[in-house]
Design a protein around this ligand. Structure first.
Ligand code: XIL
Length: 342
């Protein structure tokens, strides 16, 4: 709750309550003339959205890292700790030590958690790579069931399936061991996921699906539309949103966000980073945030790390804080954009 209420609202509520005026308990809206919020989480919350970060368990003992995390963010995503090679290193032996460090830290700080990810072609332990057919399908569904049952009630949204479509012009599924068990592996995973934790939002997550004109975007869109039409339980689409010179923020990004949302699912920007620096990087971030704010079902944004030095693409300096932990122009652009939401 701490993150959900701005200090100004609390003060205003207290003084008005003292004067006998009843106010609905809700976050401050941007159009009430409240002073701008001073953290990313509070600024996003003005329009009911979250702002999160990808987090690495072993960095939680770094006070600069954790200081920024706790001050600025309201949602965390374990960057690697919930992947299959970590959580089920041997078949049937589940290990949650590293993921628990993040989930427990989040709980202590009043932050929510995105679960990332249950089924992915990469990051697989060797026992899984060696399975085929029915044995693989059963092991895959058991993994979904066991991990989601362990965290039942504690995860806001799960990336049930990650990156199942191929790049390029075909719009085809990516070849993988999961895909070779049959085209229905994704919907089977979503059914198992709903049964394991009915309260979690179930997401399909992918990269390079931000440009509406791309075949991969269209293919994912058709799958989500088909799932919605046939009652396959899917609640959200995650647009990873890794941008750089080869993959800039597309001019039609807001169209993509809106079109997915119009299928009746939430859209979350799940791994945002923009390589670059200075004013140009800040402007790209501003455009991304504005696109999300323009679509009511775009419910939150997660950046893929905290400082540039924490990034999986550190040489591209793609994040909101520099390596010393100072706010970059991109930070200010994001904060200002969130504060001007209405
Ligand atoms: C990346 C992590 O950031 C790295 O630390 C790791 O070495 C590889 O995976 N898409 C995803 C994420 O869904 O899980 C990936 O994270 C980045 C691309």
């Amino acid at each position: 709750m701490r993150k959900l209420l701005s200090a100004s609202l609390t003060l205003a509520t207290a003084s008005l309550a003292a004067a006998g005026v009843l106010l609905p308990l809700r976050p401050a809206a941007a159009d009430t003339g409240d002073p701008p919020s001073t953290t990313l989480a509070a600024a996003a919350q003005r329009s009911g959205r979250y702002f999160g970060a990808g987090v690495t368990a072993h960095k939680l003992s770094d006070p600069t890292y954790t200081g920024i995390l706790d001050r600025e963010f309201g949602m965390v995503t374990p960057e690697n700790e919930m992947k299959l090679d970590v959580t089920e290193p041997q078949q049937g032996r589940f290990v949650f030590t590293a993921a628990d460090r993040i989930v427990d830290h989040a709980a202590q700080q009043g932050m929510r958690v995105r679960g990332h990810t249950l089924l992915w072609h990469a990051g697989q332990p060797s026992w899984l790579v060696n399975l085929r057919g029915t044995a693989l399908r059963e092991a895959m569904l058991n993994h979904v069931t066991q991990v989601m049952a362990y965290y039942r009630g504690r995860i806001h949204a799960w990336d049930v399936v990650n990156e199942a479509f191929a790049d390029g012009p075909t719009g085809a599924r990516r070849d993988s061991n999961f895909q070779r068990t049959g085209d229905d592996w994704i919907e089977a995973a979503f059914h198992a996921a709903r049964a394991a934790d009915p309260a979690a939002k179930l997401c399909y997550n992918d990269y390079n699906i931000e440009n509406w004109a791309h075949a991969k975007t269209q293919a994912v869109y058709r799958m989500v539309r088909d799932f919605r039409a046939r009652g396959v339980p899917i609640d959200c689409v995650g647009l990873q949103s890794h941008f750089n010179a080869n993959h800039p923020v597309p001019a039609d990004f807001v169209t993509t966000v809106r079109n997915f949302a119009d299928l009746g699912v939430d859209v979350q920007l799940t791994e945002l980073d923009v390589e670059g620096s200075g004013a140009a990087q800040a402007e790209s971030y501003r455009r991304v945030v504005r696109a999300c704010l323009a679509v009511s079902r775009c419910t939150g944004i997660t950046v893929w790390g905290i400082r540039d030095s924490d990034s999986w693409r550190a040489s591209g300096t793609p994040l909101l804080f520099d390596s010393s932990g100072a706010r970059k122009p991109a930070y200010t652009a994001v904060l200002d954009a969130l504060n001007s939401a209405c």
